[in-house]
Design a protein around this ligand. Structure first.
Ligand code: PLP
Length: 338
């Protein structure tokens, strides 16, 4: 990426970085206040989370994810560490991950010396494995999987007595996307939903995430995490409780991303780009029908840095992040249109 970044930085009208999905809108003030108010924190936090945080996650999971039946919850230090360590915690031998995906699923399997296999969305084509990853809405494509597709994944997990880990970190930004827990009909055996407040509440810098699902699996993970010292700091736990108590700021943020998506998408379509999926999440996934690096170069000539699809397993696409201010997105759209 460095040569493209160097080229884009030389653009006279200013550099626009749309290569990283890192939130730029402020952490809501009421969440910052909860964090500050909890800053006197001399004791170690417990790995399992405080009783109040566990209750808040449990309540949110029932109301917002549609979880039912018996399940447990566990806070995590953002969701990336959990994704990176899950095959290690479970001592998985065979791991499935989506063909076009966030790279950490593959890296985490390699970290555990597991055999990693990239699979299509259709779980009917999946081989047997100990663990499979899902990600809806997807990074990088913004694809939202249908109920039927998700149910096929759940059925695969039940048939193979495997673990299905569903990365749902963009779920709050889509009214169509469903949690696997909403489709489990109260039988959460083998199911783990992985959630994050990084994007939902602009808390990426706090490192705040949690997992919800099969009590036995979560207990096994909790035991290992205790020995590994993987604790969420107490001020962050307080901020999480406050963030989970409010949906208005989430709605506002979702609207912000949707506006940005429309502005940029119109400009791309007017120049003959094909935009695929890109329904939800933080990205536009598009192609000019050429090698993705060529398209990255096209954007670099306009002072804009985007990511080649090859980073995620698809050569002819690029991923454009919507995590820039309204002003920057408008500027980027104008440059493309002109
Ligand atoms: C699909 C997906 N999962 C997980 C993460 C990790 O997010 P965090 O560790 O901030 O919760 C990201 C970050 O961009 C992501 O795109």
């Amino acid at each position: 990426m460095a040569p493209f970044g160097d080229k884009a930085r030389k653009y006279p009208g200013g550099f626009i970085d749309l290569s990283q999905g890192t939130p730029v809108d402020p952490t809501p003030q009421f969440i910052q206040n909860a964090f500050s108010a909890a800053s006197n924190s001399p004791s170690y936090p417990v790995v399992a989370g405080t009783a109040t945080l566990k209750d808040a996650i449990r309540k949110w999971s029932i109301e917002k994810l549609g979880a039912s039946g018996e399940f447990d919850v566990l806070p995590t230090i953002g969701s990336k560490e959990f994704i990176a360590l899950l095959p290690t915690f479970l001592q998985s031998k065979k791991v499935l991950y989506p063909k076009v995906a966030y790279p950490t699923y593959l890296v985490s399997a390699l970290m555990a010396s597991a055999q990693a296999t990239a699979v299509e969305i259709d779980a009917g084509t999946w081989p047997a494995a100990d663990l499979a990853w899902l990600n809806s809405p997807s990074n990088p494509t913004g694809q939202v999987q249908t109920d039927q597709e998700l149910t096929a994944c759940i059925n695969w997990a039940r048939k193979n007595k495997s673990i299905l880990a569903s990365d749902e970190c963009y779920l709050s930004f889509s009214s169509n996307a469903k949690s696997i827990l909403a489709l489990a009909n109260g039988d959460n055996t083998g199911l783990i939903a992985v959630l994050s407040l990084s994007k939902r509440s602009n808390l990426a810098g706090y490192r705040a995430g949690f997992v919800v699902g099969d009590s036995k699996v979560i207990d096994q993970i909790r035991q290992v995490r205790k020995h590994a010292g993987l604790m969420v700091p107490l001020p962050v736990q307080q901020a999480m409780i406050t963030a989970l108590s409010d949906e208005n700021h989430v709605k506002e943020q979702a609207e912000r991303y949707n506006r940005r998506r429309q502005v940029l998408k119109q400009a791309l379509l007017s120049k003959g780009f094909k935009v695929e999926y890109s329904e939800a999440g933080l990205y536009i996934w598009c192609t000019k029908g050429e090698d993705g690096y060529k398209t990255v170069d096209y954007f670099a000539n306009l002072g804009i840095l985007v990511t080649p699809g090859a980073f995620y397993g698809s050569d002819n696409f690029v991923r454009i992040a919507l995590t820039a201010t309204d002003e920057s997105i408008k500027k980027a759209a104008d440059r493309v249109s002109q």
